[in-house]
Design a protein. Structure first.
Length: 411
């Protein structure tokens, strides 16, 4: 069977012939959902195209065309589908945005998957072979784990050195942000905990040093993660992990993470969202956040924070100053706009010349300004060491800055 899998991209990042790919190479990573799906097709011809580095052209030689659609990529997906319509080639859409549509997809959508496509892939494959592709596939909400296939993307244009894995599948986001989480859209409240033997086996199969742990919160099962990192200590890997503000309740876990090779810890919205308004008004709250960041850095961990803010009105200049004052190393910010159902919808916020302090994009502009970055670079080795500063802080900071200045909404 011949399968074409296309990763849609934002218009600002769509590849233009004759020009280099847009965005920092560090973040030009192969699409993980497509990479996992490719691992389920060992005997098929599986071709992966990414709008960030490829021009998508129709080819009638494929039995099935898949398009992965992330949040806010609806327009890109529509243009891809329109390209394939004249050839009458079936196009099946999947991804977070497709699942978020639920029973209200756009009129141009003919075939789609609600949920994790790997959970229902066997049925889709049989239907495609028999030319009986169904309009809607409802994937089971039981989490599963399939390791991504390596070597799928173009090694020069994309960061094929990127390695990512899950220990636990399932959502651990704060409740008010669950509707923006693919894990929650796919699995709701269900959780899959992988065995220690399976995890260690996958770690040993990965050739690179740095591994991005995609689990949303390592504090939701601290004993489980403590035991795992105690075992992984021996394999001398470097890790990026995510945690909630509960991480400060587990100093032993923090010490173990640092000794086991963790270089970056990203704190989710629970760290800042609940305290943001207070920190802007009370210096004592801001100092408390600063001390918590310094505590993690004293354990030689670089500290990032994730933040979701309204895209309409907020004291953006004050927030930017606060994020610099508490001395974070990285920030990843999403902006939302309210909908009739009360849930915020992600909206892209990008850089433009003559940016004003009352605009949402000012936060990234201030945080990743050159004078702020170099001040951070000079001070950080004292706490996290020269290796973490040179190998992680500096290149990732410039990558975030490049994506922002090139007008890309994420990360």
């Amino acid at each position: 069977m011949k399968i074409l899998a296309v990763a849609a991209a934002f218009e600002a990042q769509r590849f233009t012939r004759g020009y280099p790919p847009k965005g920092a190479w560090l973040f030009l990573r192969p699409d993980l959902e497509i990479s996992r799906l490719a691992n389920l097709c060992p005997n098929d011809l599986f071709v992966y195209l990414d709008e960030r580095v490829d021009i998508i052209e129709t080819n009638a030689g494929f039995d099935l065309t898949l398009v992965r659609v992330d949040f806010n990529q609806e327009e890109s997906a529509r243009l891809i589908v329109e390209k394939f319509n004249p050839s009458s080639q079936p196009v099946l859409l999947f991804g977070p945005q497709v699942t978020a549509w639920q029973n209200r997809p756009p009129d141009w959508v003919k075939n789609r998957v609600l949920g994790d496509i790997t959970n229902i892939w066997d049925k889709i494959r049989v239907d495609a072979l028999n030319n009986r592709l169904q309009p809607v596939y409802l994937a089971p909400k039981n989490p599963n784990y399939t390791p991504p296939r390596s070597g799928l993307a173009k090694p020069i244009l994309m960061n094929t050195n990127y390695q990512a894995m899950f220990f636990v599948r399932g959502c651990a986001c704060p409740k008010e942000f669950r509707h923006l989480c693919p894990e929650y859209l796919y699995y709701q409240e269900n959780v899959l905990m992988r065995s220690k033997e399976e995890i260690i086996g996958e770690v040993l199969s990965l050739p690179g040093k740095h591994i991005h742990l995609l689990d949303e919160d390592i504090t939701r099962r601290p004993d489980y993660y403590y035991e795992l990192f105690r075992l992984l200590w021996s394999y001398r890997r470097h890790w990026t992990v995510n945690a909630s503000d509960l991480i400060f309740n587990y100093p032993n876990l923090i010490r173990l993470l640092a000794k086991a090779g963790t270089k970056i810890i990203f704190l989710n919205e629970s760290f800042l969202v609940k305290r943001l308004s207070q920190a802007l008004k009370q210096e004592s709250v801001a100092k408390h956040l600063y001390r918590q960041v310094k505590y993690l850095q004293s354990r030689r961990l670089l500290v990032g924070a994730k933040l979701t803010l309204p895209a309409t009105t907020a004291p953006y200049a004050a927030i930017a100053d606060l994020l610099c004052r508490i001395d974070l190393d990285f920030i990843e910010i999403r902006f939302t706009q309210g909908r009739s159902n009360g849930q915020g919808q992600l909206v892209p916020v990008t850089y433009h010349p003559a940016l004003n302090p009352d605009e949402p994009a000012w936060i990234k502009s201030r945080f990743y300004a050159l004078n702020i970055l170099f001040d951070r670079f000079f001070r950080r080795p004292r706490r996290v060491g020269f290796h973490s500063t040179g190998w992680y802080l500096i290149p990732y900071s410039f990558a975030y800055r490049q994506n922002f200045l090139e007008g890309l909404p994420y990360p």
